[in-house]
Design a protein around this ligand. Structure first.
Ligand code: PMP
Length: 429
């Protein structure tokens, strides 16, 4: 595999962009080596600047549920772009988008568009604080809710990948109100809530965590959070930036039958365009400006190109529920195939999966939270990542990320992935 052009581009990129990338995990720093520069993508495949093809298990970190350059989405964007790229004034399409999401997702009476998952989570937290009049909130170790100050405490994704313990630039006055517990540890949540009576505004959680690998909620965990929140007037925020419209048309709330008070979305609802949103129960959402005084705004919020891209994708997902069964079947097939080759290799491993989210951990202990994800043999993951990349399989470049399947993947692609895994394990063990 030649990567000469990527190498040259990375040298050039580092002269004008910090670390050569616009988002840290892309730098491959944690897995070693230099990043591959992508030129284009179609269906399940990425193509780099040297003409190499890769089967893509990142799916732009979630949104490419139907594969890259999905024709109805591209066509809709092209048509909409001819009418200008932004107005800064209301459009009919924004109503249609809000109505569509409300029709698909439980517990969303009102929804506000923003431009990223970070903004969505940051705004939902402000709203929860403004609504309850309380300042503290609970998040879980290894969960990632974007890069707003309050969330960068024991965060997952790149913060975990780069092992950053304390992020410089965040005043203690801000991070002191962020309380953390281990994922799946309901007892710890109960203790924290008891230790801070009438101080906790919100509990924010990834209902299926995707930022420390893929970590499933244990039976009773989310149910317990729901109960605690109701008992103590705490706003339960489901961060569905990854799980929304992926685990089911109605997201994790629908798939796991749990009601949240506020729900945040990101990249998926823009089909890969820069979009996010937060929505939820009217009683809470009506405190957002201009209805209420919790201020939140955005020049590009509800951008017409982003809206038409997301609207087109979500409409397909709504009208064709068989997509979820197909995605689940494909992921089950991959899971089974990986299980066989990993078991045969005799290396300790654990595979976690729900729906089309899956991750492999080099550990034979159950991986249920950040501590157990971090305790895996992550040096071996690095070798596995490069061995797979060399064989044309593009995995997330960190053990602290979920893999995302897309429905353009064929069973032949999955077979190729399983065979590449077998060869990779033979090479690295
Ligand atoms: N929440 C979750 C669960 C995420 O996975 C991410 C990003 N991967 C975010 C929030 C932040 O989204 P963005 O990068 O669009 O700001």
């Amino acid at each position: 595999m030649h990567i000469k052009n990527s190498e040259q581009l990375f040298q050039r990129a580092q002269k004008s962009i910090p670390g050569g990338v616009n988002s840290p995990v892309r730098a491959f720093k944690s897995v070693g080596g230099n990043p591959i520069f992508i030129q284009k993508a179609k269906g399940a495949y990425l193509y780099d600047e040297d003409g190499n093809a890769y089967i893509d298990y990142i799916a732009s970190w979630g949104p490419m549920i139907l594969g890259h350059a999905y024709e109805p989405v591209i066509k809709a964007i092209q048509e909409k772009a001819a009418f200008s790229t932004s107005f800064g004034a209301p459009t009919q399409l924004e109503i249609e988008m809000a109505e569509l999401i409300i029709s698909m997702v439980p517990n969303v009476d009102l929804i506000r568009m923003v431009s990223s998952g970070t903004e969505a989570c940051m705004s939902a937290l402000r709203l929860a604080r403004g609504y309850t009049g309380k300042n503290k909130f609970i998040k879980f170790e290894g969960c990632y809710h974007g890069h707003a100050d309050a969330f960068l405490v024991k965060a997952g994704s790149g913060v975990a990948t780069f092992n950053i313990q304390t992020v410089p630039g965040i005043p203690a006055a801000v991070s002191d109100d962020t309380l953390t517990c281990a994922y799946n540890d309901l007892n710890a949540v109960e203790k924290l809530v008891a230790a801070h009576p009438n101080e906790i505004a919100a509990i924010i959680v990834e209902p299926v965590a995707g930022n420390m690998g893929c970590i499933l909620p244990e039976q009773g965990f989310l149910e317990g959070l729901r109960k605690i929140c109701t008992q103590h007037n705490i706003v339960l925020i489901f961060d569905e930036v990854m799980t929304g419209f992926r685990l089911a048309a109605g997201g994790a709330q629908q798939r796991l039958s749990i009601d949240a008070d506020l729900i945040t979305y990101g990249k998926v609802i823009g089909a890969g365009m820069p979009v996010g949103a937060f929505g939820g129960k009217k009683e809470i959402m009506q405190h957002i400006a201009p209805l209420g005084n919790v201020y939140q705004a955005g020049t590009l919020s509800g951008n017409p190109i982003a809206m038409i891209a997301g609207f087109t994708l979500l409409t397909e997902l709504k009208n064709n529920p068989a997509i979820y069964k197909e995605l689940d079947d494909k992921t089950t097939y991959l899971h089974k195939g990986l299980d066989e080759v990993f078991a045969a290799s005799k290396t300790p491993y654990t595979i976690n999966r729900l729906g089309s989210m899956i991750s492999v951990h080099f550990s034979n202990k159950p991986v249920t939270n950040f501590e157990t994800a971090a305790a895996a043999n992550n040096d071996l993951f690095k070798k596995y990542f490069h061995a797979m990349l060399k064989r044309g399989i593009y995995l997330p470049p960190s053990p602290f990320e979920s893999w995302f399947l897309n429905n353009a993947l064929t069973y032949a692609d999955l077979d190729k992935t399983i065979a590449a895994s077998k060869e990779s394990l033979q090479e690295i063990l």
